[in-house]
Unconditional design. Structure first.
Ligand SMILES: Nc1nc2c(ncn2[C@@H]2O[C@H](COP(=O)(O)OP(=O)(O)OP(=O)(O)O)[C@@H](O)[C@H]2O)c(=O)[nH]1
Ligand SMILES: [Mg+2]
Length: 324
């Protein structure tokens, strides 16, 4: 029997948080039956909200203590999504940690499935995958962005990922000891994915439904998108600078070759010059081939039950440490 700590970072989520907590509290039987979880604590980390979020959580915290408890932790000022999660993890008592947003986008009803996956021997991190499920109501522009981030992270890590930015995850508490600290902002999630893979944790993906949020979004698409990109590259750079350079070079060659070829080809008067421009045009195809070759070792490393055992990676995580 194990204890689960669910951390919910919230910033001005008065429209959603009450309903979300009721939904989390209603899955205690399923957690017990499907994942053997006998104790549940929900830690809501209020990140300096200026609306009624904290009052709503406080009322529920008074009504729930004991084996199924709601706890409120408050940041006096807004410190960011990743900071809120890390405050929650530091205060948690569970052997399993979970987190999800406070805006009703992620389904608490999927937690038993994610917990079951996280309890398999050797698993270090379970991602709720919003990209594969038919029930995902992700807006198309977000879907495109998330697909590109997942492709980039897959290429840099050598592991096929569907959704590297998901905000719903479960992990053994001991795995978190090997991962933190991570960034304080929304880029916490992609950084965590890349670091987990680079440190050799086995990462599982479980498809989950996804819904449009209740209340107003705090995400700024361009600013946060660039931060996600920088976080993925920076995290990969720490472990595999060669691969980052190679992918950057291949992408640059694609773009340069296509641009130069298109600009030069029609203007060349002689056969040889046209041939030269034509070769430039082919350069993107060569770049794409290089990308495919880089992906080559993904096939052996696609995430599956067969790869549940942790491989030591840079030696920081050993399977026995997470399973004993
Ligand atoms: N953006 C943001 N969210 C915070 C912060 N502190 C806590 N949160 C909570 O972290 C979760 C993620 O933020 P969201 O605004 O939902 O960002 P998102 O999930 O990427 O995008 P949308 O759901 O489409 O808005 C929510 O539950 C927020 O209330 C913060 O400083 N900034
Ligand atoms: Mg959200």
């Amino acid at each position: 029997m194990s204890r689960l700590s669910v951390v919910v970072p919230v910033y001005n989520e008065e429209a959603a948080i009450g309903h979300l907590l009721q939904r989390i509290l209603s899955i205690t039987d399923a957690l017990q039956q499907e994942a053997g979880i006998s104790e549940l604590e929900v830690l809501v980390v209020d990140d300096g909200s200026t609306d009624r979020t904290a009052h709503i959580v406080e009322d529920l915290a008074h009504a729930h203590s004991g084996p199924v408890a709601v706890r409120l932790i408050r940041h006096p000022v807004n410190l960011g999504y990743g900071a809120a999660l890390q405050t929650g993890f530091a205060a948690s008592r569970g052997s399993l940690l979970a987190f999800l947003d406070g805006d009703l986008t992620y389904p608490p009803e999927s937690l038993p499935r994610l917990c079951r996956a996280a309890q398999r021997p050797g698993v270090g991190l379970v991602l709720g995958d919003r990209m594969t499920s038919r029930d995902s109501r992700m807006p198309p522009e977000r879907r495109l962005g998330n697909a590109l981030f997942a492709l980039l992270a897959s290429l840099l890590c050598g592991t096929r990922l569907a959704d590297c930015c998901s905000g719903m995850r479960v992990l053994p508490a001991r795995a978190w000891q090997r991962l933190g600290p991570l960034p304080a902002g929304l880029e916490f999630s992609p950084s965590m994915t890349v670091r987990a893979l680079q440190r050799g944790l086995a990462v599982e993906q479980v498809p989950i439904p996804y819904h449009e949020r209740v209340g107003s979004s705090k995400l700024k698409v361009l600013r946060d998108g660039l931060r996600f990109l920088a976080a993925i590259v920076a995290e990969a750079w720490r472990y595999r600078p060669g691969r980052v350079c190679f992918l950057g070079g291949a992408t640059g060659a694609c773009l340069l070759g296509a641009g130069a070829g298109l600009a030069l080809l029609p203007r060349q008067p002689t056969f040889f010059l046209r041939l030269g421009a034509g070769i430039l045009l082919i350069a993107p195809a060569l770049g794409a081939l290089a990308l495919l070759l880089a992906r080559g070792d993904l096939h052996g490393k696609s995430l599956s039950a067969a790869r549940l055992a942790l491989h030591p990676g840079d030696g920081n995580v050993k399977s026995e440490e997470l399973t004993s």
